[in-house]
Structure formats: C-alpha cells, structure tokens
Design a binder for this molecule. Structure first.
Ligand code: FE2
Length: 248
C-alpha cells in the first residue's frame, strides 16, 4: 500500500491548492459566506451515513481489516448528527415548502455532490477486494483531512461572531479525522503501509484514488460556485427560483 499512500499524499497536496480551498482561506469574505455552501452539501453529508452503515459495515467481520472498517464506520457513520446540529446553529432550520427542499436537494446545483456519493456506492457495493475498500476509505479520509482543517479555520471565525460551537464544521470534527482509517490500533499507518498489493491490485487502487479525488474536487468546486451565487442569508429564496427554472 506504500505507493498507494504516496499517490494519496500527492493528490492531497494538489487538492490543497484548489479554488475551493483558496476561497475558504480568503479572509476578505465574511465567514458566513465562505460556509454558505454548507446546506448544499447535505446530500453527501447524509448519504455518507448510509455509505458507512449499509455498504462498508459488515457483520460478522471475518478478518482484521473488516474489523477495522467496522470500527471506522461506527465513528464516521455518526457524523451526520453533527451536520444536522450545525444546520440548526447556522440558522437554516426554518420552514420551507417540502417541494422546494426536494428541488434543492436533488437540483442541478448539488448534482456533483450527489454524484460523488453515488460513485462511492457504485464502486464499493459489489467490490469483494477489501483492499480496494481500504483504498477508498484512505482517499476519502485524506480529502476530508485537508478540507476539514480549512473549514474549521472558517468555523473558528464564525464562532467568534455567533459564540456557537460547530460540531461538524468546527475543529472537533477535524480532530476526529486523523487522515486515515479510524481504528483502534498501534502503528496504524505502518500496518497499512506494509500491506502488499499485487500489480493488478496496485493499478486498480491508483485508479480509485484518482477517481475519489477527481469527484471530491468537482463536488467542492460545485460548492464554491454555490457559495459565490447565494448570499448566506437568502439561500433558499434564491435557490428556489433557480430550481424552478431548471425543473424541466
Ligand atoms: Fe467525519
């Protein structure tokens, strides 16, 4: 897995240079606006619960890696609760027509975010090689590590304005995500690094790493566009009219 992890590290550095990350770092923009994409991320944040619990989790675990994956999903599959809490704290918990919410969550402006989730389901649902699942998890964790660090910096600024603690967007979430599979094991990174892959497995794993990063980059770019188009305090009023135009 050493080479796979090296590719993940390279992709991680590239992702840190994307316009979405630069946008998060731009202190000339109000922190509320820099996080105005948060509700549009809901299709992924909520699907991620199912991805962990329905796709990655397997009981009984008949090997060490599946045990580790199960442990990981028990942690990461619960973070949607923090997302819901933060939506409330960020002021998005007001009454909106159900049909407008449907159009918002399944609309054009969240297409890439949904696609990212669909692709993860597609790749892992019928994948028997657990090392490919490990590769996917390691790639997701690497993207999350970069993004959550930068998001937490914005949340810190937001916290100074609102005096609220943000469980999903704040530092406590970043602190939970180590950048690797979350399993209780000494020398975890060393253990993963030393897993041997065949040439065919390596080739496949490289392709999967590229795919996860490409999807994540596109999805977060979509979030950047969303935040640039929608003032944080008029989010649903503007999306509603846009969605109606795109409905057909
Ligand atoms: Fe998480």
């Amino acid at each position: 897995m050493k080479q796979v992890l090296a590719l993940i590290e390279k992709k991680k550095q590239e992702f840190a240079q994307t316009p979405f990350i630069k946008f998060l770092q731009d202190k000339s923009i109000d922190p509320r606006q820099r996080l105005a994409w948060a509700p549009a991320f809901a299709p992924f944040a909520m699907s991620f619960k199912d991805f962990n619990r329905l796709i990655l989790y397997k009981e009984p675990a008949n090997n060490k890696l599946q045990e580790m994956i199960n442990q990981h999903t028990n942690e990461d599959g619960r973070h949607w609760v923090w997302f819901v809490q933060d939506m409330k704290l960020m002021g998005y918990d007001y009454s909106i027509n159900f049909t407008d919410i449907l159009k918002f969550l399944w609309g054009k402006e969240t297409q890439k975010v949904r696609q990212m989730a669909y692709n993860l389901f597609a790749i892992c649902s019928f994948e028997d090689d657990i090392l490919m699942k490990l590769t996917i998890i390691e790639s997701i964790e690497a993207t999350g590590n970069v993004a959550l660090f930068e998001i937490a910096q914005v949340a810190k600024e937001l916290q100074q304005i609102t005096k609220q603690h943000y469980s999903y967007f704040g530092e406590s979430h970043y602190a939970k995500e180590t950048g690797h599979i979350q399993a209780d094991m000494d020398h975890l990174e060393h253990f993963i690094e030393n897993i041997q892959l065949t040439e065919a497995q390596s080739e496949k794993a490289f392709t999967l790493v590229e795919k996860v990063f490409a999807d994540f980059t596109e999805a977060m770019n979509e979030m950047l566009v969303f935040a640039q188009k929608h003032p944080y305090d008029k989010l649903f009023t503007t999306t509603s009219s846009i969605n109606l135009r795109c409905a057909t």
